[in-house]
Write a protein that binds this ligand. Sequence first.
Ligand code: GRF
Length: 200
Amino acid sequence: MKRIGILLSGRGSNFLAIARAIAEQSLCGAEIAVVISNHANAPGLAAAKELGLPAVAIEANGRKRAEHDVEIIQVLRKHRVELVCLAGYMRLVSAEFVQAFPNRILNIHPSLLPSFPGLHGQRDALEGGVKVSGCTVHFVDEQLDHGVIILQRAVSVLDSDDEATLAARILEQEHIAYPEAIARVLSGEYEVQGRRYVLQ
Ligand code: GRF
């Protein structure tokens, strides 16, 4: 069983989609070892407790990013985590963190990267006038929303869309994309070739 560590800051619907995929065995060979949040009151952390999963709050408390990340790395190691999934984790991770889990940290972003990185992927897509947007699961490197892309799912942008309706349609695709991306990584059948993640 590959042990997954989840980092989240809020609602946790992507975490729950991963947990559901494991429970329904559409994502096999994986288990959630621990859920960590930088906010003690994150709804996603409460949901983890309800599922009986180890749930740990590690607040930043004004500490430097690297110090905060060291504590997170310690908790991940204590729970023998092999793959880290950022699921609405609204904090940049330090270079130390990335180096502690090389090609072993995933993130999901609500746009088709490399378009519209940053905090407002859906709003920026609308303002950019694109007709297609979606979500991207990618490896985390030392730049924001930049690492090698594992998979993407697209949605049409409708004339009637506002930020909320577009975000909701993208979120449905996120919940499919994240477990699929994890399965792809755990399969061992893909490899990074330059900027591409391809079948060996
Ligand atoms: C998602 O839109 C994700 O792409 C972004 O933050 C949101 C988190 O939602 N990084 P949830 O907490 O998983 O419901």
